[in-house]
Design a protein around this ligand. Sequence first.
Ligand code: NDP
Length: 476
Amino acid sequence: ATAQVGVTGLAVMGRNLARNLARNGFTVAVHNRSPERTRRLIAEHGGEGTFVPSESLGDFVDSLERPRAIIVMVKAGAPTDAVVNELVPLLEPGDIVVDCGNAHFAATRRREETLRGHGLHFVGTGVSGGEEGALHGPSIMPGGSAESYARLGPMFEKIAAQVDGTPCCRHIGPDGAGHFVKMVHNGIEYADMQLIAEAYDLLRAGMSASPAEIAEIFREWNSGELESFLIEITADVLAHTDAATGRPFVDVVLDQAEQKGTGRWTVQNALDLGIPITGIAEATFARSLSGHADQRAAARRAFAAASEKWQVEERGTFVEDVRRALLASKIVAYAQGFDHIRAGSREYDWNIDLGGTATIWRGGCIIRARFLDRIREAYDAEPELPTLLVAPWFAETVNAGVPGWRKVVAYAARAGVPTPAFSSSLAYFDALRAERLPAALIQALRDDFGAHTYRRVDRAGSFHTLWAGDRSEVEA
Ligand code: NDP
């Protein structure tokens, strides 16, 4: 047994993760169900480091130092169970199985419990950054036991992206914590992308600007507070011309956005936990809506003339208003995402460090951004922050952006430009800061039709009004 770590599942992600480990000096056992992938990895990249290839799972397990550390990088779902079930009888107590696939955190919790019963560690690990990240340095979010992290940490921290000398990897918390945080990360990614898309759409509609002109605006934005990987590649994509037609590339792409499901998981779980992640939810629904081609065609015919033609008067002001609306809405989406992580951490007893989580998203992953340093600073200064929105830098930025944000949302409504994420983020902000909410009326109605009782602003206790009787109030 000579290999320090093993990788089974050598499609794009597993193969690149194995190469990353080997390039960093680790001896890597490699295996894949169909041996051609293993052979190809050795033939094409065997010289990058020390690999120990095996064609059977038994040989693969035997080639590993104990306690074994085995990374499973196969298609999420049933294939993960198939591989894990095959591995378990070959392993010994103390061995570690790391699932780096995109598993649902509930499945990870289930698998962790089963393997714990066999004396094994199961470490559900979120890996972000796609195939490039896997090769050059991803953001790594491992769950599982602290004991397993003592073995895996030094390896993962070495192969992860590094920002200012800090690795984009840290132990998130027990069992499913890593996959949970990866799930919310993906949800935030949905919100981020939707907000960028709305900003683009507004600039295009409001100024009749070309995609190439808007690319310049995004490039400019990328040198300020909005600096991030997604803003950078937005400029890149908008500047791209389709070779076949000579048209802006964005205009030849069908306007239906797909999804693999992590946004949906995030929203489903937030509903269960009662956390309003409206930005992520709007972004997820916006993708669904875009795919309903028949409804869109019917509505287009029925409501062609339902909005005003509007051009903004002063371009510079408008661009700045959109920038501020984008930044404020983005702050709302992140505040909601971190609320969600905190709620998950409480619900499942994970004790997740919120500031630390922001730290490991600064590099490697899709939502990497300058902005994340602010989040870490905010939670470091006040771990019990009620919402990220009220941390000093965020509160100042949002306050400064409010007038522009309102103008942009009002403009969008008049011009008939759909801005579900901008609009709902503003509504969330206004609801959160409202002195009184019409929730009072809702609770009164609930008492009227269902005797659900209400609490009063002036006295403790629960009350019910005898709506069908003499309308006197009784203590419930
Ligand atoms: P795929 O999701 O396409 O999975 C292909 C791999 O799974 C192959 O190695 C295949 O083996 C193996 N496999 C499938 N079914 C079984 C089975 N029943 N038993 C054994 N092995 C099986 O590969 P990716 O590299 O794209 O992704 C791997 C994991 O990483 C997935 O969970 C994915 O969600 C996750 N992920 C992917 C990212 C990406 O950008 N692609 C980013 C982050 C995470 P064989 O060659 O024999 O068919």
